[in-house]
Design a protein around this ligand. Sequence first.
Ligand code: MLC
Ligand code: AMP
Length: 514
Amino acid sequence: MQFLELNAQYYEILNTPNIHINTMINLIENTSKHKNRIAIKSNGQSYSYQDLLVASESVAVRLLAGRNDLEEAHIAFLVTPGFEYVQLQWGIWRAGGVVVPLCTKHPLPSIQYVLEDTQAEAVIYSKAYESLLSPLFEHDEYQFIPFESIIAQAGDLPEVSMSRRAMILYTSGTTGNPKGVVSTHQNIEYQITSLTSSWEWQADDHILNVLPMHHTHGIINVLLCALWSGACCEFLPKFDAKAVFDIFCKKEVNLFMAVPTIYFKLIAYWNELPENQQESISNTLKDFRLMVSGSAALPVSVLEKWKTISGHTLLERYGMTEMGMAISNPYRGERKPGYIGQALPNVTIRIADENNQPIEAGISGEIQVKGPNIFKEYWQKPEATQKTFTDDGWFKTGDIAVFEHGSYRILGRNSVDIIKSGGYKISALEIEEILRSHPKIKECGVVGILDDEWGEIIGASLILQEETIDLEQLKIWLKERLPAYQLPRKYIFQKDLPRNVMGKVTKNELKKMF
Ligand code: MLC
Ligand code: AMP
């Protein structure tokens, strides 16, 4: 058993006879089939499924603190992606709580927003984030728990039914502040199993996870599909092209999933290498079982270049926080460049017009989805939840697509105010609201500008209260309020924004001005 890093007291529990997995969550029950396999690799350590059970039990017992069941209390946590993250995720679930993973790159105001919106009962954090969070420590509505204070202990845990709420992830929309997307254990299981069956996940798979762990892509498609399958998920907490290729060249990893920007960056790095290193990497990649791209449109140029480097046609799929994955190119059949494929198992798709009426193949419309993978609700936003479903229960994605030649092709979104940059969904309106709170800014307009590397980058047009503004000062001011991926990369200064006769800002006109 390789369980070196955690508290020595765990050893005692490890040596006790088989731990009883007292839960109804199938993902966790599943581990009885592969307790001794390696589940997680992080920080140079390997952890088995048994290790994960023991370590997560300690978290659960600590959180319960004598109660029988957390009864869906919201537990937020801020730790670097790795074993500790999974230990907390499973521990919270096993105690009957709802996980609220926080973004390790967010500035304090964004974190505070999530804590307030979810009304988190507790926040578990590791040492690395103590100084960031410390201004909040005086708030007595949340209990702050240092990760390092969780000691090994075993105890009775509740039975948690699959219909209960399990996770809240935050997503930006076209109105208001980010919304908490609530998924049940059942939703999550369907999101996992449609992928594990379609992409033929196996226990001897080994995937590298370089993605942020507060979003669906890294959590469901990478981590939880691996754990469902008895496979190994290796963490690299911060994406770095050299580190990724170094890990690949150890020849353990056989699966990789990432956003198009990451493939773009890997290609750029590979292009600069000497020929012998390029060849060695290419030879390694050829042995992979599967490489997937998603979260944003995969440019055909990236797909083609990656194919010349790796021998793999990237499998492009389409999904969303509210539903996991819905449409995917096939694992075994033809993967069409520029297309996202066909509906996944248990997911029903239709293309609908503005009146939510289904329309025939070949005509563009909104992707609407039904299935047990669809989320339960936006946390405490019943109106927003209701608005995102049609009267007859179809989830309205806001993505525009066409079905042609047997596959779906994405054409865009029905709102210019949603920007996808580096695979992150960003609301132009949220950035505008922050810019408008700057004393020197009278009005502003934020748009996404097409970019080869990032998909889109953020452009901001500013109308000033005064003649000038110190741009460097403004950037520093914004950095305290927004994560790096939400920062405007291009600025223009205007006397007024382009508007239509009704006075509404015409964002498509504004885009052209960059
Ligand atoms: C960072 N930078 C950007 C940027 N983000 N520049 C332009 N646009 C952006 N979006 C700049 C930084 O300011 C910095 O510049 C430099 O790039 C490096 O910053 P970083 O923070 O170190 O970036 P990096 O780690 O390289 O990030 C790139 C990335 C990251 C691609 C790894 O964006 C990422 O992890 N994206 C994945 C997001 C994701 O998981 N989405 C899935 C959502 S779920 P300087 O000048 O300061 O050096 C979903 C559903 C589905 O969508 O279908 O999957
Ligand atoms: P998020 O809300 O962060 O989960 O992002 C979901 C959005 O990402 C979808 O609504 C799409 O707009 C976009 N998306 C995901 N996969 C793809 C893809 N393969 N091609 C184009 N857009 C995608």
